[in-house]
Design a binder for this molecule. Structure first.
Ligand code: GUN
Length: 294
């Protein structure tokens, strides 16, 4: 059994990006610049944005965090988005989700200029990905594909079962893996909260991707011998022994499932670091795409 080391692969990717940025600087070009809009004080969102800023530093990107209060109005946020769209110094930006309830997430996502949509959430980017056109792909699904490729996991003709149908992970990873391209060319099944015979389906999976945010949901009896397990979940669970009072748990019962599978991603240190490395890849790509349009 192989434990897939997302932390290591993500570090390799950041190193490659940093070498690219060094070349840009030598050519006298401006550093790629990522902005992150952080609304409110959700602790997990704060951690994610902090990690994204750190990754920017390691890649040689500049970064700006735009902080807005939890009670900000949708109009104020949309005004900030208009500003970021118009700012020629910002190559790409994210609006960290979730947003407070007074704000319509979809309206915000659609206000982002798709040429600065480093998350790949804008309908233009989602649509292009769906029909196999080049563009910005969502960070977590792209990071998962990078891991499968890096670890030589064969995908062609394999049955991939995805648990979860979110716009951020479940649907787009299914879209990418069903495409006639590699990694991909899988037979894909998407399972969700209304799936009635879940265990029967997951036991057919050669590749099982779990993205529902329910700690330890996938148990060993749900997994076929030799399957490849990709755990996207990362939940904070109370833990009196942990220094911060909580520990991080994936959607997979790692200790028991690891005995049955061929490959498995740990939590933390699996998909999480790849999401951020993939976001960095997207920023460099956006910069190069936008430079070519000038
Ligand atoms: N919240 C959870 N995952 C993500 C992500 O990939 N991007 C953004 N912007 N917010 C998130």
């Amino acid at each position: 059994m192989v434990v897939i080391d997302g932390k290591k692969v993500a570090a390799e990717i950041r190193k490659k990006i940093s070498a690219e940025v060094d070349k840009m600087i030598l050519r006298g070009e401006r550093r790629p610049h990522l902005a992150a809009v952080l609304v409110g004080d959700n602790p997990a969102s704060q951690t994610y944005v902090r990690n994204k800023v750190r990754a920017c530093d390691e890649c040689g990107f500049s970064s700006t965090v735009v902080r807005m209060k939890a009670d900000v109005s949708e109009d104020e946020l949309l005004e900030k988005i208009t500003e970021l769209n118009a700012n020629p110094e910002v190559d790409g930006y994210i609006v960290q989700l979730p947003l407070p309830p007074q704000i319509c997430e979809q309206r915000v996502i659609e206000a982002i200029d798709y040429r600065k949509d480093v998350d790949g959430f804008h309908p233009m980017n989602v649509g292009r990905m769906s029909i196999g056109l080049p563009g910005i792909k969502p960070a977590t699904p792209q990071g998962i594909l990078m891991l499968l490729e890096r670890y030589g996991v064969e995908t062609q003709g394999k049955h991939c079962v995805v648990i979860g149908r979110s716009n951020i992970v479940g649907r787009p990873v299914a879209t990418l893996l069903v495409q006639k391209a590699l990694p991909g060319n899988c037979t894909v099944t998407i399972c969700h909260s209304a799936t009635s015979n879940l265990k029967e389906i997951t036991r057919l999976a050669d590749i099982l991707i779990v993205a529902i945010g329910v700690p330890h949901f996938v148990t060993a009896d749900m997994v076929k011998d030799g399957a490849v397990i990709i755990d996207v979940g990362i939940s904070r669970v109370e833990d009196g022994d942990a220094p911060r009072g909580y520990s991080l748990a994936g959607d997979v019962d790692f200790e028991n499932v690891k005995e049955k599978c061929s490959h498995i991603t740990p939590v933390p240190g699996g998909v999480g670091p790849m999401t951020i490395a993939s976001l960095m890849t997207n920023l460099l790509k956006l910069r190069q795409m936008n430079d070519n349009q000038k």
